[in-house]
Design a protein around this ligand. Structure first.
Ligand code: AMP
Length: 279
Protein backbone atom coordinates (compact mmCIF):
# COMPACT_ATOMS: atom_id res chain seq x y z
CA UNK A 1 0.00 0.00 0.00
CA UNK A 2 1.22 3.45 -0.87
CA UNK A 3 0.61 6.31 1.58
CA UNK A 4 0.06 9.81 0.23
CA UNK A 5 0.04 13.05 2.18
CA UNK A 6 0.38 15.19 -0.93
CA UNK A 7 -2.46 15.80 -3.41
CA UNK A 8 -0.20 16.04 -6.46
CA UNK A 9 1.60 12.76 -5.75
CA UNK A 10 -1.72 11.02 -5.17
CA UNK A 11 -3.12 12.40 -8.42
CA UNK A 12 -0.08 11.26 -10.39
CA UNK A 13 -0.64 7.70 -9.20
CA UNK A 14 -4.41 7.91 -9.84
CA UNK A 15 -3.68 9.13 -13.38
CA UNK A 16 -1.33 6.17 -13.95
CA UNK A 17 -4.02 3.75 -12.79
CA UNK A 18 -6.66 5.35 -15.01
CA UNK A 19 -4.27 5.25 -17.98
CA UNK A 20 -3.98 1.48 -17.39
CA UNK A 21 -7.79 1.22 -17.52
CA UNK A 22 -8.14 0.49 -13.78
CA UNK A 23 -11.33 1.52 -11.99
CA UNK A 24 -11.01 3.34 -8.66
CA UNK A 25 -13.16 3.08 -5.52
CA UNK A 26 -12.80 5.63 -2.75
CA UNK A 27 -13.62 5.22 0.96
CA UNK A 28 -13.42 8.46 2.98
CA UNK A 29 -12.98 8.07 6.77
CA UNK A 30 -11.86 10.01 9.82
CA UNK A 31 -9.70 7.11 11.02
CA UNK A 32 -10.13 5.19 14.28
CA UNK A 33 -10.92 2.32 11.94
CA UNK A 34 -13.14 -0.60 12.96
CA UNK A 35 -14.99 -3.43 11.22
CA UNK A 36 -17.65 -0.98 9.95
CA UNK A 37 -15.04 0.94 7.95
CA UNK A 38 -13.51 -2.34 6.78
CA UNK A 39 -16.87 -3.47 5.39
CA UNK A 40 -16.77 -0.41 3.11
CA UNK A 41 -13.24 -1.40 2.06
CA UNK A 42 -14.45 -4.95 1.34
CA UNK A 43 -17.18 -3.62 -0.98
CA UNK A 44 -14.65 -1.29 -2.64
CA UNK A 45 -12.34 -4.25 -3.31
CA UNK A 46 -15.22 -6.19 -4.81
CA UNK A 47 -16.34 -3.36 -7.09
CA UNK A 48 -13.13 -1.74 -8.34
CA UNK A 49 -9.59 -2.56 -9.42
CA UNK A 50 -7.96 -0.05 -7.07
CA UNK A 51 -9.03 1.15 -3.63
CA UNK A 52 -8.12 4.45 -2.01
CA UNK A 53 -8.99 5.15 1.64
CA UNK A 54 -8.64 8.59 3.16
CA UNK A 55 -8.10 9.33 6.83
CA UNK A 56 -8.84 12.97 7.52
CA UNK A 57 -10.49 14.40 10.64
CA UNK A 58 -12.49 17.16 9.04
CA UNK A 59 -12.52 20.29 11.22
CA UNK A 60 -15.49 21.91 9.44
CA UNK A 61 -17.98 19.24 10.47
CA UNK A 62 -17.38 19.66 14.24
CA UNK A 63 -19.27 22.24 16.30
CA UNK A 64 -17.18 24.46 18.54
CA UNK A 65 -18.03 22.48 21.71
CA UNK A 66 -17.61 19.11 20.04
CA UNK A 67 -14.80 16.55 20.17
CA UNK A 68 -12.54 17.66 17.32
CA UNK A 69 -9.52 18.00 19.64
CA UNK A 70 -10.10 14.62 21.30
CA UNK A 71 -11.06 12.66 18.19
CA UNK A 72 -9.15 9.32 18.31
CA UNK A 73 -5.99 9.19 16.21
CA UNK A 74 -4.94 5.59 15.59
CA UNK A 75 -3.12 6.05 12.30
CA UNK A 76 -0.52 3.34 12.96
CA UNK A 77 -3.16 0.64 13.59
CA UNK A 78 -5.33 2.02 10.78
CA UNK A 79 -2.40 1.69 8.35
CA UNK A 80 -1.78 -1.92 9.42
CA UNK A 81 -5.44 -2.84 9.03
CA UNK A 82 -5.67 -1.26 5.58
CA UNK A 83 -2.49 -3.06 4.50
CA UNK A 84 -3.97 -6.36 5.71
CA UNK A 85 -7.07 -5.64 3.63
CA UNK A 86 -4.94 -4.99 0.55
CA UNK A 87 -5.92 -1.39 0.10
CA UNK A 88 -3.88 0.21 -2.69
CA UNK A 89 -3.57 3.75 -1.43
CA UNK A 90 -3.99 5.58 1.89
CA UNK A 91 -4.48 9.34 1.64
CA UNK A 92 -3.76 11.29 4.86
CA UNK A 93 -3.86 14.94 3.84
CA UNK A 94 -3.38 17.99 6.03
CA UNK A 95 -6.20 20.54 6.43
CA UNK A 96 -4.12 22.85 4.22
CA UNK A 97 -4.22 20.28 1.39
CA UNK A 98 -8.01 19.84 1.64
CA UNK A 99 -8.85 23.49 2.32
CA UNK A 100 -6.21 25.53 0.46
CA UNK A 101 -8.52 28.59 0.54
CA UNK A 102 -9.25 28.29 4.28
CA UNK A 103 -11.84 26.40 6.31
CA UNK A 104 -15.06 27.67 4.68
CA UNK A 105 -17.99 25.63 3.41
CA UNK A 106 -19.91 26.97 0.44
CA UNK A 107 -21.67 23.81 -0.77
CA UNK A 108 -25.41 24.21 -0.16
CA UNK A 109 -27.14 21.33 1.60
CA UNK A 110 -30.86 21.01 0.82
CA UNK A 111 -33.75 20.49 3.24
CA UNK A 112 -32.54 16.96 3.94
CA UNK A 113 -29.78 18.50 6.08
CA UNK A 114 -32.18 20.67 8.11
CA UNK A 115 -33.78 17.92 10.21
CA UNK A 116 -32.50 15.41 12.82
CA UNK A 117 -28.72 15.88 13.27
CA UNK A 118 -29.01 19.11 11.24
CA UNK A 119 -30.91 20.58 14.20
CA UNK A 120 -28.70 19.10 16.93
CA UNK A 121 -25.45 19.93 15.10
CA UNK A 122 -25.88 23.20 13.18
CA UNK A 123 -23.43 23.45 10.29
CA UNK A 124 -22.42 19.79 10.55
CA UNK A 125 -23.77 18.72 7.16
CA UNK A 126 -22.34 21.79 5.43
CA UNK A 127 -18.95 20.62 6.70
CA UNK A 128 -19.59 17.03 5.61
CA UNK A 129 -20.81 18.04 2.14
CA UNK A 130 -17.82 20.35 1.70
CA UNK A 131 -15.15 17.85 2.72
CA UNK A 132 -16.63 15.10 0.56
CA UNK A 133 -16.88 17.57 -2.34
CA UNK A 134 -13.21 18.56 -1.89
CA UNK A 135 -12.11 14.92 -1.59
CA UNK A 136 -14.09 13.84 -4.68
CA UNK A 137 -12.61 16.79 -6.58
CA UNK A 138 -9.13 15.48 -5.73
CA UNK A 139 -9.65 11.72 -6.13
CA UNK A 140 -12.23 11.72 -8.97
CA UNK A 141 -13.09 8.05 -8.29
CA UNK A 142 -15.49 5.87 -10.25
CA UNK A 143 -17.31 5.13 -7.03
CA UNK A 144 -17.37 6.29 -3.43
CA UNK A 145 -18.59 4.17 -0.52
CA UNK A 146 -20.32 5.25 2.71
CA UNK A 147 -22.03 3.57 5.66
CA UNK A 148 -25.76 3.47 6.38
CA UNK A 149 -24.83 3.96 10.05
CA UNK A 150 -24.73 7.69 9.24
CA UNK A 151 -27.94 7.53 7.26
CA UNK A 152 -28.70 11.25 7.01
CA UNK A 153 -25.09 11.90 6.02
CA UNK A 154 -25.43 9.26 3.28
CA UNK A 155 -28.48 11.06 1.85
CA UNK A 156 -26.76 14.47 2.03
CA UNK A 157 -23.74 13.05 0.19
CA UNK A 158 -25.88 11.27 -2.42
CA UNK A 159 -27.65 14.55 -3.15
CA UNK A 160 -24.41 16.55 -3.33
CA UNK A 161 -22.73 13.94 -5.55
CA UNK A 162 -25.73 13.72 -7.91
CA UNK A 163 -25.47 17.49 -8.42
CA UNK A 164 -21.70 17.97 -8.71
CA UNK A 165 -20.26 14.53 -9.52
CA UNK A 166 -22.87 12.70 -11.61
CA UNK A 167 -20.20 10.31 -12.91
CA UNK A 168 -19.36 9.07 -9.41
CA UNK A 169 -21.45 6.12 -8.23
CA UNK A 170 -22.31 6.43 -4.54
CA UNK A 171 -22.62 3.04 -2.86
CA UNK A 172 -23.48 2.16 0.73
CA UNK A 173 -23.04 -0.68 3.18
CA UNK A 174 -25.32 -1.76 6.05
CA UNK A 175 -24.35 -0.92 9.63
CA UNK A 176 -21.84 -3.31 11.19
CA UNK A 177 -22.66 -4.07 14.83
CA UNK A 178 -20.96 -5.51 17.86
CA UNK A 179 -22.25 -8.93 19.00
CA UNK A 180 -24.60 -7.23 21.46
CA UNK A 181 -26.13 -5.02 18.72
CA UNK A 182 -24.29 -1.76 19.40
CA UNK A 183 -23.48 -0.07 16.09
CA UNK A 184 -19.72 0.15 15.71
CA UNK A 185 -18.44 3.70 15.99
CA UNK A 186 -15.09 5.31 16.63
CA UNK A 187 -16.82 7.31 19.37
CA UNK A 188 -17.73 4.13 21.30
CA UNK A 189 -14.19 4.42 22.73
CA UNK A 190 -15.43 7.37 24.78
CA UNK A 191 -17.91 5.20 26.73
CA UNK A 192 -17.14 4.21 30.33
CA UNK A 193 -17.44 0.51 31.20
CA UNK A 194 -20.88 1.16 32.69
CA UNK A 195 -22.03 3.20 29.68
CA UNK A 196 -20.75 0.52 27.31
CA UNK A 197 -22.89 -2.05 29.15
CA UNK A 198 -26.11 -0.13 28.58
CA UNK A 199 -25.27 1.24 25.11
CA UNK A 200 -26.85 -1.76 23.26
CA UNK A 201 -30.26 -0.66 24.61
CA UNK A 202 -30.23 1.89 21.80
CA UNK A 203 -30.46 -0.90 19.22
CA UNK A 204 -33.03 -2.74 21.38
CA UNK A 205 -35.13 0.44 21.33
CA UNK A 206 -34.86 0.61 17.53
CA UNK A 207 -35.88 -3.04 17.15
CA UNK A 208 -38.84 -2.47 19.47
CA UNK A 209 -39.85 0.62 17.46
CA UNK A 210 -39.71 -1.32 14.20
CA UNK A 211 -41.87 -4.05 15.72
CA UNK A 212 -44.32 -1.46 17.04
CA UNK A 213 -44.47 0.21 13.63
CA UNK A 214 -45.15 -3.10 11.89
CA UNK A 215 -47.88 -3.79 14.48
CA UNK A 216 -49.53 -0.49 13.48
CA UNK A 217 -48.81 1.21 16.81
CA UNK A 218 -49.21 5.00 16.80
CA UNK A 219 -46.06 7.13 16.76
CA UNK A 220 -46.94 8.18 20.35
CA UNK A 221 -47.00 4.57 21.58
CA UNK A 222 -43.88 3.69 19.60
CA UNK A 223 -42.01 6.67 21.02
CA UNK A 224 -43.18 5.98 24.59
CA UNK A 225 -41.99 2.36 24.33
CA UNK A 226 -38.58 3.46 23.01
CA UNK A 227 -38.29 6.08 25.76
CA UNK A 228 -39.03 3.41 28.34
CA UNK A 229 -36.14 1.26 27.09
CA UNK A 230 -33.88 4.31 27.08
CA UNK A 231 -35.02 5.81 30.38
CA UNK A 232 -32.10 4.41 32.40
CA UNK A 233 -28.91 6.24 31.54
CA UNK A 234 -29.76 7.87 28.19
CA UNK A 235 -30.73 11.42 27.39
CA UNK A 236 -32.80 11.45 24.21
CA UNK A 237 -31.82 13.92 21.49
CA UNK A 238 -34.38 12.74 18.92
CA UNK A 239 -36.55 9.70 18.16
CA UNK A 240 -38.03 9.93 14.66
CA UNK A 241 -39.98 7.72 12.25
CA UNK A 242 -39.74 9.18 8.73
CA UNK A 243 -39.83 8.47 5.01
CA UNK A 244 -36.40 6.92 4.35
CA UNK A 245 -35.94 8.68 1.00
CA UNK A 246 -36.88 12.21 1.99
CA UNK A 247 -36.52 12.26 5.81
CA UNK A 248 -39.93 13.94 5.79
CA UNK A 249 -43.17 12.72 7.35
CA UNK A 250 -44.49 9.41 6.03
CA UNK A 251 -47.09 9.76 3.28
CA UNK A 252 -49.04 7.37 1.05
CA UNK A 253 -46.11 7.55 -1.40
CA UNK A 254 -43.61 6.37 1.20
CA UNK A 255 -42.05 3.04 0.25
CA UNK A 256 -39.31 2.74 2.86
CA UNK A 257 -39.35 3.70 6.53
CA UNK A 258 -36.40 5.07 8.51
CA UNK A 259 -36.44 4.96 12.28
CA UNK A 260 -33.61 7.20 13.45
CA UNK A 261 -32.56 7.69 17.07
CA UNK A 262 -29.96 9.98 18.61
CA UNK A 263 -29.12 9.87 22.31
CA UNK A 264 -26.51 11.00 24.76
CA UNK A 265 -24.87 8.48 27.05
CA UNK A 266 -23.01 10.72 29.49
CA UNK A 267 -21.32 13.20 27.20
CA UNK A 268 -21.11 10.78 24.24
CA UNK A 269 -23.64 11.20 21.48
CA UNK A 270 -24.72 7.97 19.77
CA UNK A 271 -26.82 7.71 16.61
CA UNK A 272 -28.35 4.62 15.06
CA UNK A 273 -31.14 3.74 12.65
CA UNK A 274 -33.16 0.98 11.05
CA UNK A 275 -34.42 1.16 7.45
CA UNK A 276 -37.11 -1.21 6.19
CA UNK A 277 -39.85 -1.56 3.59
CA UNK A 278 -43.19 -0.04 4.53
CA UNK A 279 -44.83 -3.38 3.81
P1 AMP B 1 -16.20 8.06 10.01
O1 AMP B 1 -14.78 7.63 10.09
O2 AMP B 1 -16.97 7.93 11.30
O3 AMP B 1 -16.35 9.42 9.37
O4 AMP B 1 -16.92 7.05 9.03
C1 AMP B 1 -16.41 6.80 7.75
C2 AMP B 1 -17.40 5.96 6.99
O5 AMP B 1 -17.60 4.73 7.67
C3 AMP B 1 -18.78 6.63 6.87
O6 AMP B 1 -19.29 6.39 5.56
C4 AMP B 1 -19.58 5.91 7.92
O7 AMP B 1 -20.97 5.89 7.67
C5 AMP B 1 -18.99 4.51 7.85
N1 AMP B 1 -19.25 3.78 9.08
C6 AMP B 1 -19.00 4.18 10.36
N2 AMP B 1 -19.42 3.26 11.24
C7 AMP B 1 -19.96 2.24 10.51
C8 AMP B 1 -20.58 1.00 10.85
N3 AMP B 1 -20.74 0.60 12.11
N4 AMP B 1 -21.00 0.20 9.85
C9 AMP B 1 -20.86 0.59 8.54
N5 AMP B 1 -20.29 1.75 8.16
C10 AMP B 1 -19.85 2.56 9.14
Amino acid sequence: MQTFTNVQLLQNTLDDWRAQGQSIAFVPTMGGLHAGHLSLVALAKQKADKVIVSVFVNPTQFGKDEDFDQYPNTLEQDTLQLEQHQVDGLFTPSAQQIYPQGLGSYIKVGAIGDVLCGISRPGHFQGVAQVVYNLLEIVKPDMAIFGQKDYQQLLVIKQMAAQYFPAVEVLSQPTVREKDGLAMSTRNQYLSIKERQIAPHLYQALLQAKQDYLNNASVEVLTANAEKILEKGFKVDYLEVLDANTLMQITDNTSEIAILFSVFLGSTRLIDNIIFNKG
